[in-house]
Design a protein around this ligand. Structure first.
Ligand code: FEO
Ligand code: CA
Ligand code: CA
Ligand code: CA
Length: 601
């Protein structure tokens, strides 16, 4: 009945045409509408001050939704009538040039910026199914995680001398979380979030092999926080290890506002894009994770313990102890890979792979590294193990329907040029500007060490790029797609991909795309929405049973200036009322049917 789609997926839509870059509009398919449910500066508590862009303070920002929300998750409250939910969002970074009036005191601006990062949890309510969600400022779960919020380290490296600082000589805790990018919802209802570009917040000696490998620099930072807080300059005595307290997977329990958030050392330290968990047949949980840097690696973690249905407290311990692996890919036609993206003679980019152990049964598997060294300087250990250098692994997510794992390799314009590694079958294009998506199938179960793989998509605009490949689906019948970043699944197991970077590669604004995985239409890409100028599409949540899709719209109008804004998203009104400019506000957007479906009305 109604507009219900195929294969149990309850969102049928006509794909939108790609939107030219620089268009400041949020575009959805015919029959759909959109509403911002939470913007930068919106109050999260009864006492939150109203957003006032001309008079921002750190105290106000600490009570408001942060900036540049990236990953988001929305869980319906199981104890409610279905019209209460809890939303989690992380706040990756800030864009001071468009956030703050140029005459603002710079120390105050930096203090506001610090409180605009971190994490948010907030309760939502709605009037019924297929209705817009609204923030409940009185919600019992509402919480901001700020730059001074304490996180407890778990796992083998907790307490390590590598994590000790003057303020935390026990090495058991960290303060704040930085560069949170993507994330994942666990089967036990907690949220994982990846600390990605943490290095950019620190000034360092940039002397050690590890500091260099993690991109630490000895120059002043863009955020300038080292001017305010000693710990952001690791050359200061007692703070040499401060940056080691970032670069982890964070786990937060949104259902318990008193809970202490944790950073899991057993899952390794790198520029974590995110982590997504699946329960294996034998009960162990497996987390897949990407290190988002050109020529860095794909990882997996296998828990020591097993999932206990209904025992949340036990399950919250699963990521504290287990085995850590890094991926090595082998192609079936290596000598045919010339970097052009032309398909190999055997018809596809595919092959086999091995999960190389870094830590197993509590012991280091890398010669010359202790367990603590493997976990804190994971990139160095993975280098030594011989992992395959990838084209920037962003979100990595297993399908809970099939167990297959989808790896978004967003792009790598240095593949095969300069000193970078040359093309291989898993990363087959030189100067890979459009990225690709790997489909990985575990060969010996989810916890095993062997896998098979193939490229599901070699991205691009097929009208302009012959190497764009859609698993054999006709290229003239797909939406152009470039720079895959976040992946998600709907209730039928269909893949959804959001993008980051399409304006500079194929000249269209970023968006959200549905990708058919099964049957004759495998590889068919259909664009669902497009985000405004300069923005990235993040954190897709597909509640097709409710006729809704949610996206995080990150950094709209990023290339503007405070007095020369490029975007007025999401309200498209003059924020200060004087007609001179409007201020873009990163936001979580709900897309829903313009008319509720017959069945649910
Ligand atoms: Fe923050 Fe890897 O994107
Ligand atoms: Ca990302
Ligand atoms: Ca981002
Ligand atoms: Ca990205």
């Amino acid at each position: 009945p109604g507009t219900f789609g195929q294969n149990g997926m309850k969102l049928d839509f006509e794909p939108i045409a790609p939107v030219d870059a620089a268009v400041d509009a949020f575009v959805v398919p015919a029959g759909f509408t959109w509403v911002p449910i939470l913007r930068w500066g919106d109050g999260l508590f009864p006492d939150s001050p109203a957003f006032d862009p001309a008079a921002q303070t750190p105290e106000a920002q600490a009570r408001q939704f942060g900036y540049n929300n990236d990953y988001s998750a929305i869980q319906i409250d199981p104890d409610s009538d279905g019209n209460a939910a809890v939303l989690f969002a992380n706040h990756e970074y800030v864009n001071p040039g468009i956030m703050f009036p140029p005459d603002m005191d710079q120390a105050v601006a930096r203090a506001v910026a610090r409180q605009a990062q971190g994490l948010s949890v907030v309760d939502l309510t709605r009037s019924g199914p297929e209705q817009p969600w609204q923030v409940n400022v009185d919600g019992e779960h509402n919480r901001r995680f700020l730059i001074e919020t304490e996180y407890e380290f778990t796992g083998p490296a907790a307490g390590s001398s590598l994590l000790q600082t003057k303020d935390y000589p026990e090495g058991d805790r960290a303060q704040g979380t930085l560069g949170n990018c993507s994330g994942g919802l666990t089967p036990w209802g907690t949220l994982l979030s990846g600390e990605e570009n943490f290095n950019t917040y620190f000034v360092s000696a940039a002397a050690s092999e590890a500091e260099k490998r993690y991109g630490m620099l000895s120059e002043p930072t863009e955020t300038g926080w080292e001017q305010d807080l000693e710990r952001f300059d690791t050359r200061n005595e007692g703070y040499e290890n401060e940056a080691n307290r970032f670069g982890w997977i964070v786990e937060v329990d949104p259902w318990d506002p008193e809970s202490t958030p944790v950073k899991h050392t057993a899952m390794g330290r790198f520029k974590h894009e995110g982590a997504n968990v699946i329960v294996a047949d034998d009960g162990h949980v497996v987390a897949y994770m990407g290190d988002d840097e050109k020529f860095d690696y794909l990882y997996k973690f296998v828990s020591k313990g097993t999932y206990q249905e209904g025992d949340r407290e036990a399950n919250k311990q699963l990521l504290t102890e287990g085995d850590l692996y890094v991926a090595q890919f082998a192609g079936t036609s290596d000598d045919e890979i010339d970097g052009s993206g032309a398909l190999p003679e055997d018809g596809g980019f595919d092959g086999t792979g091995t999960w190389l152990p870094l830590v197993q049964e509590g012991k280091s598997q890398v010669s010359g590294f202790s367990v603590e060294e493997v976990l804190v300087n994971t990139r160095l250990a993975a280098d030594a193990a011989g992992a395959t250098k990838m084209d920037r692994c962003e979100d990595v997510e297993p399908s809970l329907t099939t167990g297959k794992v989808y790896v978004a390799c967003t792009n790598n314009d240095e593949r095969g040029v300069g000193g970078g590694a040359g093309p291989d079958e898993a990363n087959p294009r030189t100067e890979n500007r459009d990225g690709h998506v790997v489909e990985l199938t575990e060969a010996d179960g989810q916890t095993g060490t062997a896998f098979n793989w193939s490229l599901l998509l070699v991205c691009g605009d097929p009208a302009k790029n012959d190497s764009a490949y859609f698993s054999g689906f006709p290229a003239d019948q797909v939406s152009p797609i470039s720079c895959p970043d976040n992946v998600a699944f709907d209730s039928a197991g269909t893949l959804w991909i959001s993008t980051d970077g399409a304006p500079s590669s194929i000249g269209y604004n970023d968006g959200l795309f549905k990708v058919t995985l099964e049957g004759e239409e495998r590889g068919k890409v259909e664009q669902f929405l497009s985000v405004p100028v300069d923005a990235e599409t993040c954190g897709p949540v597909i509640h097709d049973q409710d006729g809704s899709v949610f996206v995080s719209v990150q950094h709209p109008g990023e290339d503007g200036e405070y007095t020369a804004q490029r975007s007025a998203f999401p309200d498209y009104v003059d924020a200060d009322g004087d007609g001179s400019f409007t201020l873009p506000r990163p936001a979580v957007v709900q897309v829903l049917r313009a008319e509720p479906s017959e069945q649910d009305a």
